[in-house]
Design a protein around this ligand. Structure first.
Ligand code: CA
Length: 257
């Protein structure tokens, strides 16, 4: 399917059910691994379509409509992936990207270029882009490229991530335990998927909140603790270790606390 709002019934449904309702993200029970994505696109329709598609795929999505806003958000917020249009008002995408990289911002950036502007692709990659998608594009291709960047960012070459009896298939967003599907709410899923992507590493509560929720989320809540408690009832509880004062660590060993 070539991505086009006018001809996409799926998108009309998405826009009607997702965006107009203020994106009730709790509904994304089968969504993909939740990560923070920034969409930078000055075309209002395309921006809206991208935000809807990425939200529907389970990402926490923020948006920017011009280069200055994009630069500010990319400088201050911990995005995992940024989808960046090249032709933008106030500051062009290449300059935005160059400034992020100069400031040592390392998030993965996928640029959107015009199909016939090969020079934009070269300039974008030279400025520090990790990948590009030429307009008009298939949304499935952009989503696949974002998944690939997420895997690269977290050091996983394969689409499946395992920890002991737990397995996450990032392409279908399914978690299994000894081969049996684990029923998770969207919040539980996002948290577990993030920990699985970072197996063996201590992940702080702050990092979890920053990467699992968008700007509007109430970050003072102690939901993370609540969801960890619920997860421990659905998977072997020893898999999620509490590292006192630091956060949580996912690992298959049984004898650690
Ligand atoms: Ca543009």
């Amino acid at each position: 399917m070539l991505f086009n709002l006018a001809t996409s019934p799926r998108f009309r449904v998405m826009l009607a059910t997702c965006c107009s309702a203020g994106c009730d993200r709790a509904r994304h029970t089968d969504g993909a691994f939740r990560l923070r994505v920034l969409v930078v696109e000055d075309d209002p329709d395309l921006n809206r379509q991208l935000v809807a598609a990425l939200s529907d795929a389970g990402y926490a999505v923020d948006k920017a409509m011009d280069g200055e806003e994009a630069y500010f958000l990319g400088e201050t917020e911990p995005y995992d992936v940024i989808v960046l249009d090249i032709g933008l008002p106030k500051m062009d995408g290449i300059s935005v990207l160059e400034q992020w990289r100069r400031a040592d911002r390392k998030m993965h950036v996928i640029i959107l270029t015009a199909r016939d502007r090969w020079s934009d692709k070269v300039a974008g990659m030279d400025a520090g882009a990790d990948d590009y998608v030429a307009k008009p594009f298939h949304m499935e291709e952009l989503l696949a490229r974002i998944r690939a960047q997420v895997r690269r960012a977290t050091g996983h070459a394969r689409a499946e991530i395992e920890c002991g009896p737990l397995r996450l298939d990032t392409t279908t967003a399914r978690v299994t335990l000894d081969g049996q599907p684990v029923k998770l709410t969207s919040h539980e899923y996002r948290l577990l998927a993030y920990l699985l992507h970072h197996t063996g590493r201590v992940v702080s509560r702050t990092e979890l909140v920053e990467h699992l929720y968008d700007q509007d989320f109430d970050r003072d809540s102690n939901t993370i603790e609540v969801f960890v408690g619920r997860l421990r009832k659905k998977i072997p509880p020893h898999l999620i270790k509490t590292v006192r004062g630091l956060g949580y660590r996912l690992s298959p060993e049984k004898d650690e606390v």
